[in-house]
Design a protein around this ligand. Structure first.
Ligand code: CA
Length: 233
């Protein structure tokens, strides 16, 4: 899951990035509205953590523009996804400011100073809703994936996955029925400054197949990978 942190306090930004990376997220940081907007145009983010008081303006301006964006639709330059979940994280904690932020289109609101576990829980709730899931645990066949515990079970038995393997499986499960290209999977997993081996995704898929069975993840040659929808019985 890839997160854009929009925050102009370097201490908070660095702390947030390190903590979220430890929790398995790919994190990019912007410190101003214009830069964040450019980032949203070139990459797909699963969620935005947004400070309000920024160097070049107010974070609510970014939410407003994002929600008004007509979306990708093959346009060039690409347009940000207007449905991207936004969690406002700010020291402004007046009730009317919270209301204004939510009314501009933010999904949730957290006051500084915040607890990192609470922030992560709110983020998981946003990602769950964005994926259209009501249950916190993802079930598929004999596989159970718990995003909060970052744990996977197959037939009730724990499966030992690396953080990257876990993330690839989560991305493919959330996208069930849709083919994800290598580039799309990579974009969910790695931030701009990450050094990536060109065959990294293939290697993760290979390991996942070895650990979970070869039938789960299917290849569409020349396009990408997918997990088929379960047939309804
Ligand atoms: Ca600020």
């Amino acid at each position: 899951m890839r997160i854009l942190v929009v925050e102009d306090d370097p201490g908070i930004a660095i702390g947030l990035r390190a903590n979220l990376q430890q929790r398995g997220y790919a994190v990019d940081v912007s410190d101003r509205v214009a830069q964040a907007w450019s980032a949203l145009r070139v990459e797909r983010f699963d969620a935005v953590l947004l400070d309000l008081g920024l160097v070049d303006g107010d974070g609510t301006e970014l939410v407003r523009r994002l929600r008004l964006s007509p979306g990708q639709s093959g346009a060039y330059p690409a347009l940000p996804d207007p449905a991207t979940p936004v969690l406002i994280v700010t020291a402004r904690d007046q009730v009317h400011e919270r209301i204004a932020g939510l009314d501009q289109g933010a999904d949730d609101y957290l006051s500084k100073p915040f607890d990192m576990d609470e922030l992560d829980a709110r983020l998981r709730a946003l990602l769950r809703r964005a994926a259209g899931r009501s249950s916190p645990v993802i079930r598929h066949g004999d596989i159970e994936l718990d995003p909060a515990l970052r744990a996977v079970r197959q037939d009730g038995q724990p499966v030992d996955l690396s953080p990257r393997e876990f993330s690839v499986l989560l991305v493919l499960l959330e996208a069930r029925g849709r083919v994800m290209s290598r580039h799309q999977i990579k974009a969910c997993l790695y931030s701009w400054d990450a050094a990536i081996e060109s065959n990294a995704i293939e290697v993760h898929i290979h390991h996942l197949r070895r650990k979970l069975g070869s039938g789960l993840i299917q290849t569409m040659r020349g396009v990408g990978y997918f997990i088929p929808q379960e047939e309804r019985r």
